[in-house]
Design a binder for this molecule. Structure first.
Ligand code: GLA
Length: 337
């Protein structure tokens, strides 16, 4: 059987999110099937920079070393986000709110330190994650970054990252990215950044999808719309939950046959579409490598397992893997011959 990375080598990179545990427990699978890695949590602000004068790079370094030693590409995730960022960033010495200049200077020194450290390892950074609001009638998310620095925190983050690693590709990354209303808000943000001359090179579509949602047309429209900005696109955190958004069942010990059928059908459609857009789509990264470890276990429903990836809990190929591989460039080519 051809591997994922090999099958899609003419199309795009195939990535997986990893952590310091899974680079051991899933080592063989990662080495074989994936040619790109993203640290699931280890490069987030709170993990790298828990207090103002302390950086903790050990775990991120382990992941960078694993990528280097195995010839994998590495995506950086993530520099500026409203979540998993420590409170000290936004506080003054008395525990009150820090002012704009202080927070901006902290953001700058954090980005400089981190991006410079991994300059030779990371080819692409998620510079700003999830800055758009999900609320109707609200454009930017009311985060502490926005409240203390103002709207230009986003453009500034891209400038600092570019100064620290001029060769790195800089991405804006978000979820619900195919939802038409949010899509237009993301489009508006990136267009305004480009109009200001901010160094933005790509948009990351997280792609935390499920077996019903979003529709194929919504995905196509989002790809078309973002690509019209002249940027590269990546699928950055893909998983396809077997539960509908409102399904709260906790009694299943394995996916139903209908869930399996729909997941296979949907993944095949997604990859057919991705291959159509292989000129703008440069990587597809899954948020995990196999169903033995997924952030969707117990989230958002406590006590519920999920099966959103292409390999099973034993890290063996699922039927859906073959559906996905049937769309791969090298496989299409061998069928033509
Ligand atoms: C978002 C973040 C990721 C991760 C997932 C949930 O999509 O970008 O880093 O935290 O949520 O695991």
């Amino acid at each position: 059987m051809v591997t994922l990375a090999e099958g899609f080598k003419q199309d795009f990179l195939i990535g997986a999110a990893v952590n310091t545990r899974t680079i051991n427990t899933q080592r063989k699978l990662l080495k074989e099937h994936y040619n790109s890695l993203t640290a699931e949590n280890e490069m987030k602000f709170e993990r790298l920079h828990p207090t103002e004068h302390l950086y903790t790079f050990e775990e991120a370094d382990q992941i960078a070393a694993f990528a280097r030693e195995n010839g994998k590409k590495l995506r950086g995730h993530t520099l500026v986000w409203h979540n998993q960022t420590p409170d000290w960033v936004f506080e003054d010495a008395n525990g009150g709110a820090a002012d704009r200049e202080t927070v901006l200077a902290r953001m700058k020194s954090h980005i400089e330190e981190v991006v410079t450290r991994y300059r030779n390892d990371i080819y692409c950074w998620d510079v700003v994650n999830e800055a758009i609001s999900d609320e109707d009638g609200e454009w930017l998310r009311p985060s502490k970054w926005l409240q203390t620095i103002g709207e230009d925190f986003i453009a500034e983050a891209f400038r600092f990252a570019h100064q620290s690693s001029p060769e790195a590709l800089l991405f804006y990354n978000d979820y619900n990215e195919c939802h038409p209303v949010k899509r237009e808000k993301i489009y508006r943000l990136i267009k305004s950044l480009l109009d200001q001359g901010a160094p933005v090179h790509g948009i990351g579509l997280q792609a935390h999808w499920n077996i019903f949602d979003p529709s194929l047309n919504e995905i196509r429209d989002a790809i078309e719309r973002y690509a019209s900005l002249g940027l590269k696109l990546q699928i950055t955190e893909m998983d396809v939950s077997v539960f509908a958004f409102n399904d709260r069942r906790t009694d299943l010990t394995s996916p139903t046959l209908e869930m399996i059928r729909l997941q296979e059908e949907r993944y095949e459609q997604f990859f057919r579409l991705f291959c159509e857009y292989r000129d703008v789509l440069t990587a597809v990264t899954f948020w995990g490598a196999a169903d033995d470890y997924t952030w969707l276990d117990h989230f958002p429903v406590q006590g519920r397992k999920n099966w959103p990836l292409l390999f099973d809990t034993e890290q063996q190929p699922k039927g859906v893997l073959h559906k996905v591989l049937s769309q791969a460039g090298t496989v299409r080519e061998s069928e033509v011959k």
